[in-house]
Design a protein around this ligand. Structure first.
Ligand SMILES: Nc1ncnc2c1ncn2[C@@H]1O[C@H](COP(=O)(O)OP(=O)(O)O)[C@@H](O)[C@H]1O
Ligand SMILES: [Mg+2]
Length: 316
């Protein structure tokens, strides 16, 4: 596929049915950070995809389609771009929510055109917001027409199964029924990042701002159960505060306090709530954390106080 090749458009509105990202157009340095075992699994899949034609020649049918699922903001769309980049093939992206709802009537035709287009070239077809399909299938109020559209889509997916790479993405995997689930040879959950990934993300997102190891540890502690996108937002807010107000070692805690007063929901972020309560309780909590194992020395740095104060706080 060359850059001059345009994806098909809706005949009535002229709106493109997909967008194409070519190798080299991917933003470098923006690869999603994944927990080590997951990262290895993705590497293995990419290696198989790269050797797909060799495997097929040897009579082995490699899995050519992949379902990525997990909470919004965990890096799924970014991961699909990275996979296409590694494979050196264009990524043809269709957002199914838009495709299905906006072109009623001509949709079945549109879907068929989209797949014909993708099948004609070496590329990865990305079906983002894939759960749009399932929502329609299960909705008793949807009429026959739109159900036919979904069936067309599933049929196209089956036809493509041996021909080209397809990645489907959903934030709502529980909406997909067994029949849809089974259509994917590889199904990979993209979870909220673990501690090591959070540390790496924080270092990346805080780039340019002086942060000590204990600051990164503390932010990693604070962002347990947060997604990459949420961690990025928090880091950007901290960065803004630090650039405007950096004065001393207590700037980070101040920045976080401002941020949590402005935007944290204590109900879904108990650690952030604890943090607003005050230094002593927070230091006590940190000193007992089994995952990060803050030392008294590092806590003294974090709270900009002496080790003997920390030791007094944490003894209680
Ligand atoms: N695992 C991650 N590593 C690094 N950045 C991430 C990660 N997850 C999310 N982000 C940040 O959040 C943004 C949105 O992620 P995105 O890929 O759109 O998530 P999803 O498709 O799962 O909703 C990314 O562009 C990136 O800046
Ligand atoms: Mg996405």
């Amino acid at each position: 596929m060359s850059r001059s090749v345009q994806p098909p458009v809706d005949k009535e509105s002229g709106a493109p049915l997909a967008t194409t990202l070519f190798p080299g157009e991917f933003e470098r340095g923006m690869e999603p950070i994944l927990d080590a075992p997951l990262s290895k699994a993705i590497e293995a899949l990419v290696a198989e995809w790269q050797s797909a034609s060799m495997l097929i020649d040897a009579g082995i049918r490699p899995p050519l389609n992949l379902l990525l699922y997990g909470a919004p903001g965990t890096g799924k769309t970014a991961l699909a771009k990275v996979i296409a980049d590694r494979m050196g093939v264009p990524l043809v992206t269709a957002r199914l929510d838009g495709l299905i709802s906006s072109f009623l009537g001509t949709t079945a035709r549109n879907i068929a055109n989209l797949f014909e287009f993708a099948n004609r070239y070496e590329c990865i077809l990305l079906l983002d917001e894939f759960d749009a399909v399932a929502k329609i299938r299960d909705d008793p109020h949807e009429l026959g027409e739109i159900k036919r559209v979904v069936n067309t889509l599933l049929q196209c997916l089956d036809d493509r199964r041996d021909r080209g790479f397809t990645i489907a993405i959903t934030n709502h995997e529980h909406l997909l029924d067994a029949a849809i689930w089974r259509r994917f040879d590889a199904r990979v959950a993209i979870p909220r990042p673990g501690i090591d990934s959070r540390r790496q993300m924080i270092s990346r997102f805080l780039n340019g701002v002086a942060a000590e190891e204990v600051d990164i540890d503390f932010l990693a502690w604070l962002t347990e159960n947060k997604t990459g996108a949420e961690i990025e937002t928090l880091c950007n807010s901290v960065k803004r505060h630090l650039v405007m107000n950096a004065v001393g070692r207590d700037s980070l805690l101040e920045a976080l306090k401002v941020n949590s007063l402005l935007s944290a929901d204590p109900a879904d972020s108990p650690r952030q709530a604890l943090f607003v309560d005050g230094a002593e309780g927070l230091a006590r909590q940190l000193s007992t954390d089994l995952e990060i194992k803050f030392t008294q020395e590092s806590l003294a740095r974090l709270f900009n106080t002496t080790q003997s104060t920390i030791s007094r706080w944490t003894r209680k």
